[in-house]
Write a protein that binds this ligand. Sequence first.
Ligand code: OGA
Ligand code: MN
Length: 290
Amino acid sequence: MAITITELCATFAAEVSKINISKELSDDAVDELRTAIDKYGVLVFRDQPLSDEQQVRFSEYFGDIEIADLKNNITKTSERRLSQMFSDISNLDKDQNILEKDGRQRLFNLGNRIWHSDSSFRPVPARYSLLSARAVPVAGGDTQYADMHAAYDSLDAKTLTEISDLQCEHSLLYSRARLGMAEFTEQEKADFTPVTQPLVRTHPSTKRKSLFLSSHIGSVIGLTKPDGRLLIEELTEFATQEKFVYTHRWQKDDLVMWDNRRTMHRARKYEDTVEKRDLRRTTIAGEPAR
Ligand code: OGA
Ligand code: MN
């Protein structure tokens, strides 16, 4: 049976059905998905129970997996719950217990609630993220996506000229500092020295331009800190208007795949000290942003 693709929003995001992503896929099916992710930026797959191995196999159709090593996260106080092929987007420790309210890991995870693009703080930022829902809370915990192509295309001419050649400095520590986390180890400071990324980037496949915004931005090169941060705040406010946003309400066994070169995303609130939310992310490494 042919894969079915149904648009979810005016400018981006689609649901893919009549496919079983836990199985090996034909070359034709993979080609269809590659075309679809370029067209829509966000693909939603419902009812796809996956083992970790199956998630890794599906992810690898789209490139090389980015390893979640020290350069991806703050130093963990306890052992990892998942293999290094995964970013752990849960509120659980390795014994499957809910993280403590004032524990560093939980506070750090709260950073996902601010609009960002995955791994924008790495010299080579992420291409795709694939997030599989193994357990979801009864209420809240949606994920929102914003279409940075549509936002870019709606900017006025003056802003376009003003921003076209700007470069920004990104660090994981900047996004955490925005939430008031101020104490970082020497190791973390060394692992997360700022990297420079263009503010406007061109998608390598579609050649469309987008705003490369992220909570990880701490300054704009050539502007004073406040001028730079205000510019980023204003662009973020513009780019995350309702008309550019898709809100994903999770069901268990959903997998959502997104292109970080075209979208930003953020998590929404839920009772994270009470309810379990177990989402597991594989990330596909990209190419330097231009
Ligand atoms: C992520 C992320 C948001 C969420 O997986 O990269 O930011 O809703 N997730 O948990
Ligand atoms: Mn993220």
